[in-house]
Design a protein around this ligand. Structure first.
Ligand SMILES: Nc1nc2c(c(=O)[nH]1)N[C@H]1C(S)=C(S)[C@@H](COP(=O)(O)O)O[C@H]1N2
Ligand SMILES: [Mo]
Length: 262
């Protein structure tokens, strides 16, 4: 069985009147991960933001949830679908890619690229499954981008594969739908908003540093987008679903926020 690890951000730390914030780290992380990392989000600031008197566990949690879902809506509204994220040079590329998952690397169950198929479901005109060869025959886009994990680390990677907008168009997906969800072979699932799915720097990566993605790095296909935090970049993708019904997500279901834009 898979043993989930404890992300470093959530390991208990001490501090006199910060204990309620520590208990609610996941929600605090949503609100401002930079402030959290600098340790400058205080109970006083939260009281100011929400206008509520925050003195117990329940009120801290509900105040954090309110600010967090408000943040999601505002971020989605502010998202500029044309603004490009920074790209880097070949010399910056880390090889091999840095590994991270909600479990340890020894627990990775490798996927066989030979039998693997990409399943399609939801608001898609042509839902026939795609083999890896069919996907590899599509025009490829390469992006050298920074991967940023909320746990406080990042790395620059070189990814290539079909552009997601082109792929969604090709399969007759409803591009006015709200969500594109990625179901993975390791029971992970994440969804992104359609605007981010259609962003020019969002691809279905089948290669890293010019070579096919191998395990334990999420073979054979991963979502790579320059406009989302690490946890939105689903690895070992086995199915894509287009939907108007909010499908949740592995981290969202545990209190992380949904938009998670950069
Ligand atoms: N299928 C799957 N995708 C996943 C995860 C996972 O556990 N399973 N972890 C996410 C998180 S939190 C991060 S930071 C990145 C890590 O990607 P990396 O291995 O390239 O560093 O994958 C994301 N995608
Ligand atoms: Mo992450």
């Amino acid at each position: 069985m898979i043993r989930p690890r404890t992300p470093s951000l959530f390991r208990p730390s001490t501090g006199p009147d910060q204990s309620l914030l520590v208990e609610n780290r996941r929600l605090v992380a949503e609100i401002d991960r930079r402030k959290l990392l600098r340790g400058t989000l205080s109970l006083g600031a939260l009281t100011f933001l929400t206008g509520c008197d925050i003195s117990d566990h329940a009120s801290v949690q509900s105040a954090l949830r309110t600010v967090s879902s408000f943040n999601d809506a505002v971020q989605a509204l502010l998202f500029d679908p044309k603004r490009l994220a920074p790209t880097y040079s070949l010399a910056d590329v880390v090889k091999p890619p840095r590994f991270n998952a909600y479990y340890e690397v020894e627990d990775v169950r490798p996927v066989d690229p030979g039998t693997w198929k990409l399943e399609l479901s939801g608001l898609i005109g042509d839902r026939h499954p795609w083999t890896l060869d069919e996907i590899r025959a599509l025009p490829e886009q390469e992006i050298i981008i920074k991967h940023i994990c909320v746990e406080g680390w990042d790395y620059i990677g070189q990814w290539s594969g079909p552009n997601l907008r082109r792929f969604l168009t090709r399969i007759g997906a409803d591009l006015t739908a709200k969500y594109v969800a990625f179901h993975c072979n390791d029971d992970y699932m994440e969804c992104i908003d359609m605007a981010s799915a259609l962003h020019p720097q969002t691809i279905l990566a089948t290669k890293y540093a010019g070579e096919p993605i191998t395990d334990p790095y999420g073979a054979p296909l991963r979502l790579r987008t320059a406009v989302k935090l690490g946890y939105k970049n689903a690895k070992w993708v086995r199915a894509i679903e287009v939907t108007n019904t909010y499908p949740g997500g592995f981290w969202e279901n545990q209190g992380f926020n949904w938009f998670a834009g950069l």
